[in-house]
Ligand binder design. Structure first.
Ligand SMILES: NC(=O)C1=CN([C@@H]2O[C@H](COP(=O)(O)OP(=O)(O)OC[C@H]3O[C@@H](n4cnc5c(N)ncnc54)[C@H](O)[C@@H]3O)[C@@H](O)[C@H]2O)C=CC1
Ligand SMILES: O=C(O)[C@@H]1CCC=N1
Length: 270
């Protein structure tokens, strides 16, 4: 396989991934090719910050690399696949980032090819993505390994079977949005108690970051970590009791289910 990588679509996700690949040194700027159907601020950023020259036609993009990241929105993906089919060779590994488009739907439009579905999330922008990788059975172990390595350059990545993608979308793909709602609400609460707006966001974000690192680094069960913060008759148990009375955990479980169900429904629609 060539040590080059192509991106079809140069939006937020592509730009975030490229930033991670360049900062890690895994690919040099000359080894990265990007194509977008029109000039976008994200493309300009790739040119100005990373010196990447955009590719002007699709055919060249597929010629330059065997590894092609399809980084367009789901509706666009189904439009462009029939039109790029003629450029596909047996060696190509197509990595689709599109939520809700199954490997079968992709194969219906391209014919049998090496396809990998990947679900990253926006923390890719700060090299802290969580991504799932789901290969079809035409991809080799080495190719899956390479794609894992690429996705590990801007965060963490794990292989999951395609039927678990709906769960992944719920727990990590869409999850940054719910965490931002939580941070915003935490900060609003602090502002209501007199903290300045800027301080409130800083305290809230660092509390969430620190708590997440505790889960990751101690390996302790979240319930045990919660028990460590809650002293008898203390402040934390008062807050936990209030959250439980408003069905906090049930609401989060329902939110994950809603995202997963939407993803499942999108995959079944087309
Ligand atoms: N944003 C997120 O949190 C996540 C997004 N994804 C998936 O990643 C994919 C990309 O998402 P974003 O980067 O957020 O979207 P985006 O809208 O920022 O980027 C898409 C890019 O595709 C370009 N484009 C549109 N039509 C095109 C065409 N016909 N030919 C070439 N380029 C075209 C747009 O100009 C834009 O630059 C989507 O399929 C999305 O489902 C997956 C996981 C998380
Ligand atoms: O909501 C969306 O369409 C994308 C897919 C996963 C995260 N965001």
């Amino acid at each position: 396989m060539t040590h080059t990588i192509s991106f079809y679509g140069a939006g937020n996700m592509a730009q975030a991934i490229i930033a991670g690949l360049i900062s890690s040194g895994f690919y040099k700027k000359e080894e990265i090719y990007v194509y977008n159907h029109r000039y976008e601020p994200t493309l300009q950023k790739l040119e100005e910050e990373y010196g990447i020259q955009p590719i002007l036609n699709e055919k060249d993009l597929f010629e330059k690399s065997d590894l092609v990241i399809l980084a367009v929105k789901p509706a666009v993906l189904t439009q462009i696949l029939p039109q790029v089919k003629k450029y596909l060779r047996e060696e190509h590994v197509l990595v689709s980032l599109a939520a809700g488009i199954s490997i079968r739907q992709i194969t219906d439009l391209t014919g049998p090819h090496k396809i990998i579905r990947a679900i990253p999330n926006t923390p890719a922008m700060v090299n802290q993505a969580m991504s799932s990788i789901s290969p079809n059975n035409l991809t080799t172990k080495e190719e899956v390994q390479l794609v894992l390595e690429v996705f590990n350059k801007f965060g963490k990545a794990k292989v999951v079977s395609e039927q678990l993608i709906d769960a992944v979308v719920g727990v990590s793909g869409s999850a940054p949005a719910y965490v931002y709602l939580f941070i915003e609400a935490l900060a609003d609460g602090a502002v209501a108690q007199g903290l300045s707006r800027n301080d409130a966001y800083e305290f809230a974000a660092q509390a969430v970051l620190g708590a997440a690192k505790m889960v990751e680094e101690t390996g302790k069960h979240p319930a045990e970590l919660k028990d460590m913060v809650t002293s008898p008759k203390g402040t934390t148990i008062a807050a936990v009791q209030s959250l439980e009375m408003s069905n906090f955990r049930a609401s989060v479980i329902k939110a994950v289910e809603a995202a997963a169900q939407k993803n499942r429904q999108m995959s079944e629609e087309k």
